[in-house]
Design a protein around this ligand. Structure first.
Ligand SMILES: [Zn+2]
Length: 119
């Protein structure tokens, strides 16, 4: 369990009220960290490919298979990054009622929970 998840669980156990906005901020932070981690892994693979290419050109080492492996991993990671960015955007699009702080749909005119006009 990561630290943000732990804080959320602890606060819930203690009976503290966690606002929907705080949940959105937490989810967004987690997705941002995940995206950064994927980017770091992508950069690491680019370095590994560079090193393998260097070895192939300066020694007798056959690194073609190794490079293929890195490229396959890169393709998956770029796909994962795309999905993570879409997830971040979806979190950004989440709305909460300004009166009761409960989640609402984007096109809502009235809050379905408390009836406050939200548009
Ligand atoms: Zn409301």
């Amino acid at each position: 369990m990561d630290i943000l998840e732990q804080i959320t669980q602890e606060a819930k156990k203690a009976g503290e009220f966690i606002t929907e906005k705080a949940v959105i901020v937490k989810d967004y932070t987690v997705a941002t960290w995940d995206a950064a981690e994927i980017r770091n892994r992508i950069e690491g693979l680019y370095k590994s490919i560079g090193k393998a290419m260097y070895l192939a050109h300066t020694t007798e080492a056959d690194t073609a298979e190794e490079i293929d492996g890195y490229i396959n991993e890169l393709i998956s990671l770029h796909e994962a990054l795309k999905e993570k960015e879409a997830e971040r955007q979806a979190i950004r699009n989440r709305k909460v009622c300004p009166a009761c702080d409960k989640p609402i749909e984007k096109g809502n005119i009235f809050c379905p929970h408390c009836g406050t006009q939200v548009k």
